[in-house]
Design a protein around this ligand. Structure first.
Ligand SMILES: Nc1ncnc2c1ncn2[C@@H]1O[C@H](COP(=O)(O)OP(=O)(O)OP(=O)(O)O)[C@@H](O)[C@H]1O
Ligand SMILES: [Mg+2]
Length: 434
């Protein structure tokens, strides 16, 4: 999906060593010495090792990993708040790593908005004055400044609070103000570091939803650091998973869940809420036998394929779903030579979109005995969803690659309810350091 969009950020082989970086240290790096060994021998900390990835325009990229894995270092290398030891960062084709200090400051202001965990608001300035701050240092004139600030305040739902001081606002509202300040500058790229981590869970989820909505409206490019898998899933974009300063996998939550790159990733996603990540399209039994709406019942094959015997999917010339016909209805047709499938099709039956989460699809499936057609945006039939396929998919997800079969059996034996307890829709958070 991101391949079709313009590339906004390109990170090429970025390495960051903290400490007194001499040639001897770089030689160790080049020999591929492990992080700990380099640290023990030289005192230098390897923050990032040869990190490469890109971010498309309008994408929300979530950088995840345990504490100390290099997330913040990476984010700060993007705008050179931290100076990379090696590698290049290209933003809209500009090599940020070669900019001189004055150019860099101007480029940073114009291009990046930053939002942090602790909102960093000035306590003695009103919300409006705080939001105006970025514009003020850009030298924007007062009237324009106020207009833009008010617009941003409105966008984050803080209208009416512009004259308040930060201390008069709740944590969630302060974080909104922090976001408004980043939005007000019109910077196309937002860098957000654990921006919602200090908020309580309900407010946090609300902010995640609103960020996605804002993102749809404003088409910002967002790099969002988080150590929370649920948050990454809620934001819905690709995930860069880091460990010890290196990238271990890049992909959507669904891709990572379907094919974890190694045991570390598998462990990381073990407690993932599968229902919210897997999509109906991935689980649907693809290519069900389909029949054109103009086909007469008399012309149907005498023996239908097993998958169609129960429910026939009827499509138009373009492959778009017209409706479904229950298999047992066919024998009861009085004039099979004068009746088409289109005549019999139930046209407003339940359907599920391919990109719907399994969670949403299950709600539909629970209300039907027959397989439910799965369609794309244009109602083109992608497949059918059956309870059997869902159970099979969930059972498969129970056994990550590398897991010992015995453990899977034990899990299965403990599976007494409709779904295993570890798959129930509850908060699943990756472990983090305190
Ligand atoms: N200025 C610094 N000097 C020395 N080491 C540093 C410095 N900044 C970061 N590090 C080290 O680099 C590594 C990566 O740190 P970073 O802050 O990027 O991790 P993180 O993934 O953001 O962790 P957290 O989730 O705790 O914020 C850590 O081992 C950290 O101790
Ligand atoms: Mg950090």
């Amino acid at each position: 999906m991101s391949g079709e969009r313009r590339q906004r950020i390109k990170v090429e082989g970025v390495t960051k060593l903290f400490g007194n970086v001499t040639q001897a240290v770089l030689d160790r790096l080049d020999r591929g010495e492990p992080r700990e060994a380099i640290n023990r021998a030289t005192g230098c900390v390897l923050g990032l090792r040869d990190v490469s990835f890109d971010v498309a325009e309008g994408e929300i990229l979530v950088v995840m990993g345990l504490s100390g894995s290099g997330k913040s270092t990476m984010l700060r290398c993007l705008n050179r708040l931290i100076e990379p030891t090696r590698g290049r960062v290209l933003v809209d084709g500009v090599d940020v790593t070669t900019l001189k200090p004055v150019e860099l400051r101007a480029f940073r202001r114009k291009t990046f908005g930053m939002v942090f965990q602790h909102f960093a608001l000035f306590p003695h300035r009103t919300i409006q004055e705080n939001v105006e701050f970025g514009l003020e240092i850009q030298g924007v004139e007062p009237i324009k400044r106020r207009d833009r600030a008010m617009q941003a305040i409105q966008q984050v739902g803080l209208k009416g609070w512009e004259k308040a001081l930060p201390s008069q606002l709740s944590g969630g509202m302060r974080q909104r103000a922090g976001l408004a300040r980043a939005l007000a500058t019109d910077a196309p790229i937002l860098l957000m570091d654990e921006a919602f981590s200090a908020l309580d869970p309900l407010i946090r989820r609300e902010m995640q939803k609103e960020l996605v909505q804002l993102q749809n409206q404003l088409r910002k490019t967002i790099v969002f650091v988080s150590h929370d898998l649920d948050e990454a899933i809620a934001l819905g974009g690709r995930i860069v998973l880091m460990k010890d300063g290196e990238i271990v996998q890049i992909g959507t939550a669904e891709e990572i869940l379907a094919a974890p790159a190694n045991d570390y990733v598998a462990d990381f996603v073990e407690h993932i809420n599968v229902l919210s990540v897997l999509t109906a399209g991935r689980i649907a039994e693809s290519a069900p036998p389909t029949f054109r709406e103009g086909l007469r019942i008399a012309d149907l094959p005498a023996r239908l394929p097993a998958a169609a015997a129960e429910t026939l999917c009827v499509v138009d010339e373009a492959g778009r779903l017209v409706g479904t016909v229950a298999g047992d209805l066919l024998d009861a047709v009085v004039h099979p030579d004068r009746t088409t499938l289109g005549d019999l099709a139930v046209r407003n039956g339940p359907v599920v979109r391919g990109d719907a989460s399994l969670q949403a699809a299950l709600t539909v499936l629970a209300g039907c005995r027959e397989p439910v057609p799965v369609v794309d945006d244009n109602r083109v039939l992608l497949g059918v969803l059956t309870a059997r396929a869902v159970v099979a998919a969930l059972a498969h997800q129970q056994t990550p690659p590398g897991a010992d079969a015995g453990a899977a059996d034990r899990k299965e034996a403990a599976w007494t309810g409709p779904f295993p307890s570890s798959l129930s829709p509850r908060s699943a958070t990756a472990p983090s350091r305190g």
